[in-house]
Design a protein around this ligand. Structure first.
Ligand code: PLP
Length: 288
């Protein structure tokens, strides 16, 4: 009997993750020619999955791949993965590569059968210590490519930056390009100053975040709408609050940037207000 979170999906087959195999000439393996999604699941129910399918569809279109499955089929695959892995809270990972060829070839081939892969992972609950003390981050030049709006598996720059943050005893690396804040290596970012909430504009340098979009809705409902526009590094340094958002981390406060305290060095009141709304929303959608 397989233990929890070990059942994966590959091209129509569910099996123990350790037994699933892809050909070495898969373009995802050779070139990172693949896109992915991570969908949080609470109490056995995928959270805002329609936005993940939309973004997946967009990522595929941007790399000139056709829709692999329609929404109904993604839904059924995701539900199967959840059930086979024991239900409850988890993250579902979906990856689609362009497929395997008989040679290594830079040119995008026509008519290749895509490789569709899915698995689940444990969703760590947010530690009381992080909620109480906040996160530490470092800042670095954004060394990624110019199409960060595609949720591509080519994450070499992201993992180097994220690992550098951890070497510095920080939990995320905030990135900047030509002096403007873009996002975290694996999260969206918000900056609060004088009671106003700011976020960098979407564009090719930033992944459109599903959690950021939900947080923006919650801020609007709270009467404190997010102002979208360029944020320079001085504005980051002068922030009263900084928040990180991602599907697996939800909304977290940052209390130290490059060793300096953010505001008074504690998670701020606006974060508390919006995070409370976030938790309520999550609860409501799980009970729906
Ligand atoms: N930006 C980057 C680079 C990410 O990797 C992620 C999530 O993994 C996000 C933003 C946040 O996106 P989402 O809220 O959809 O998880």
């Amino acid at each position: 009997m397989a233990s929890s979170m070990t059942i994966g999906y590959l091209n129509g087959e569910f099996a123990d993750l350790a037994s699933l195999r892809i050909p070495v000439l898969d373009r995802g393996f050779l070139f990172g020619d693949a896109v992915y999604e991570v969908i949080p699941v609470y109490q056995g129910r995928p959270f805002r999955s329609e936005f993940h399918y939309q973004r997946l569809q967009r990522s595929l279109a941007q790399i000139h791949m056709d829709a692999v499955l329609d929404r109904e089929h993604w839904d059924s695959l995701v539900h199967d993965l959840i059930e086979r892995n024991g239900g409850g809270s988890m993250a579902v990972y979906l990856q689609i590569s362009r497929g395997a060829e008989s040679v290594r070839n830079h040119l995008i081939p026509k008519g290749l059968a895509p490789t569709v892969f899915g698995m689940t992972a444990a969703l760590k609950s947010r530690s009381p210590e992080v909620l109480e003390r906040g996160l530490q981050v470092i800042t670095r030049e954004d060394t990624r490519w110019d199409r960060c709006d595609i949720k591509s598996t080519s994450l070499l720059a992201n993992i180097l930056l994220y690992s550098e943050a951890h070497e510095q005893h920080a939990q995320e690396c905030l990135l900047h390009r030509e002096g403007q804040l873009t996002e975290g290596s694996s999260s969206s970012v918000f900056v609060v100053r004088n009671g106003r909430i700011y976020a960098p504009p979407y564009g090719p340098e930033i992944l459109p975040g599903t959690t950021r979009d939900l947080v923006a809705e919650l801020c609007e409902a709270n009467g404190t709408p997010v102002r979208v526009g360029p944020i320079d590094m001085q504005e980051l340094a002068d922030a009263d609050e900084i928040w990180l958002a991602s599907a697996t981390r939800e909304l977290l406060p940052v209390t130290r940037v490059d060793g300096h305290a953010v505001g008074d060095g504690h998670p701020g009141p606006l974060w508390r207000a919006i995070d409370t709304r976030f938790q309520e929303y999550k609860q409501e959608s799980a009970n729906d």
